[in-house]
Write a protein that binds this ligand. Structure first.
Ligand SMILES: Cc1ncc(COP(=O)(O)O)c(C=O)c1O
Length: 354
C-alpha cells in the first residue's frame, strides 16, 4: 500500500499558467507545472515524487529506446458546473494499463500509485483544468523500461510517470476513411489489445499512405483475409445497421478495449439500439450500404470522443454518408460531453471526484 503521505511533493517556484492562452489550446502541446515520477527497482516502487515538470536525464543505452518496453494511457479530467474537478472512468484505464504491462513483461503499477498519484497531481494543478465547454485536462500516465544496458530481455528497472496537458475542443470534421488491406495493425496472439508505444509507431506508414491518397485515417482489417474490420487510428469503430449498433468484438485480442467504446455501448443501449459485438465483414457492410441499411459509421476514443465518418472506401467502392441526418453518433457525442461536464446525470458513476 502506498499511503498518500508517501508521495513527496516539490512545488514549482512559479506557475507557467499565466503565460498560456487557455482559449486556444492545440491537443497535447502544453503541459502543466508538475509531473509525477516513480521508480521500480529491486521489485518495488520507490522515489514517488510530484515535482516541477522538467526534462528527464537518461543514458543513450536506456532499454526502452532500443527494445520498446513502453506503454501509456489517455484519460480526461473535467470541471463540473461548480468548478469541481472530476476524472472520467480512471479505474478502467488503470485496469487496462496493467493489462498492457503484463503483455509487455513489465511490472504492475499499484492502484494507490496510479490513482492517488493522479488525484494528487491533478489537485495540485487544478487551475489548469479549463472550465470552458468542450475543454478538458488530458492525463497521460506512462511507463518505460529504464535499465541502461544493451540486450533483449525484460528490464529490471522501470519508470512510471504522469503528465497533464490542458486541451481545447478536439473538433474533427467528419472523416474520410480508407479500408486498409496491405498493412496490418494486429494479429491474434499479438499486442493489439495493449496500449504499447510500438503499436503506434507501426501504424504510421499505413496512415501516411492513406493521407497521400486524400484520406484522414485507415480502418484496419484482419491479417489473414483483410475482410474483418478492427479499428480506426486511435478509435474503436461502430456501425449503425437498421436498429443495431455493431462493433468489432474483443475476443481475438486485436483491438483496444476502449473506455469510450464501453461507454458508447452503455449509452446506445439506453437509446434503444441492440448491440452486437463480434466479427464484422466488410462485404456485409457493403451489402448493408447498398440496401440502404448502413445508416451511420463513427469512431470512439478519449481524444475526440465521437468522430463521424462521412466516407468509407474499400478497394474501388466508395460509401458516402450525409452525416447531417444522423441520430446515434451525434446524440452519443452530446450525451457523453454532457455527462462529463456535469450537464447530464451521471447514472453509471463514471465521474470520479479528484
Ligand atoms: C488503438 C486505439 N484504439 C482505440 C482507442 C480508444 O480507446 P479509449 O476510448 O479508451 O480512449 C485508442 C485510444 O486510447 C487507441 O489508441
Amino acid at each position: 500500500m502506498i499511503a498518500a503521505m508517501d508521495i513527496s511533493v516539490r512545488k514549482a517556484e512559479r506557475s507557467k499558467l499565466q503565460e498560456l492562452n487557455l482559449d486556444n489550446l492545440p491537443f497535447g502541446k502544453y503541459f502543466t507545472d508538475h509531473m509525477l515520477e516513480a521508480d521500480y527497482e529491486n521489485g518495488e516502487w520507490k522515489n514517488i515524487e510530484i515535482k516541477p515538470y522538467q526534462p528527464l536525464l537518461m543514458n543513450p543505452s536506456l532499454a526502452a529506446l532500443h527494445y520498446g518496453q513502453a506503454i501509456f494511457e489517455g484519460i480526461k479530467a473535467y470541471k463540473d458546473r461548480n468548478g469541481n474537478p472530476f476524472i472520467f472512468r480512471p479505474q478502467d484505464n488503470y485496469r487496462r494499463f496493467n493489462i498492457s504491462a503484463e503483455r509487455m513483461q513489465m511490472p504492475a503499477v499499484p492502484e494507490e500509485l496510479f490513482m492517488e498519484g493522479m488525484k494528487q497531481l491533478i489537485s495540485l494543478d487544478r487551475n489548469w483544468i479549463p472550465s470552458r465547454e468542450d475543454h478538458s485536462l488530458y492525463i497521460r500516465p506512462f511507463m518505460f523500461s529504464s535499465d541502461e544496458l544493451i540486450g533483449v530481455r525484460p528490464s529490471d528497472t522501470y519508470k512510471f510517470m504522469i503528465i497533464l496537458s490542458p486541451t481545447g475542443p478536439y473538433y474533427v470534421a467528419p472523416m474520410r476513411i480508407y479500408v486498409e488491406e496491405n498493412y496490418v495493425r494486429a494479429v491474434p496472439g499479438g499486442v493489439g489489445y495493449a496500449k504499447a508505444a510500438g503499436n503506434y509507431g507501426a501504424s504510421m506508414l499505413a496512415t501516411a499512405e492513406a493521407k497521400k491518397k486524400g484520406y484522414d485515417q485507415v480502418l484496419w482489417t484482419d491479417a489473414f483475409e483483410h475482410k474483418y474490420v478492427q479499428e480506426i487510428g486511435t478509435m474503436n469503430v461502430f456501425f449503425i445497421v437498421g436498429n443495431k449498433a455493431m462493433t468489432p468484438g474483443l475476443e481475438l485480442g486485436t483491438i483496444l478495449d476502449g473506455v469510450t467504446r464501453q461507454s458508447a455501448i452503455t449509452l446506445l443501449k439506453e437509446m434503444g439500439y441492440t448491440i452486437e459485438e463480434g466479427r464484422i465483414n466488410i462485404d456485409f457492410l457493403i451489402e448493408a450500404y447498398k440496401a440502404g441499411e448502413l445508416k451511420e459509421v463513427f469512431g470512439t476514443g478519449t481524444a475526440a470522443t465521437i468522430s463521424l465518418i462521412k466516407e468509407l472506401r474499400y478497394k474501388d467502392f466508395v460509401m458516402e454518408f450525409n452525416v447531417d441526418t444522423w441520430k446515434a453518433g451525434p446524440t452519443l457525442k452530446s450525451w457523453l460531453t454532457d455527462i462529463r461536464e456535469g450537464r447530464r446525470e451521471d447514472k453509471y458513476g463514471w465521474m470520479v471526484p479528484v
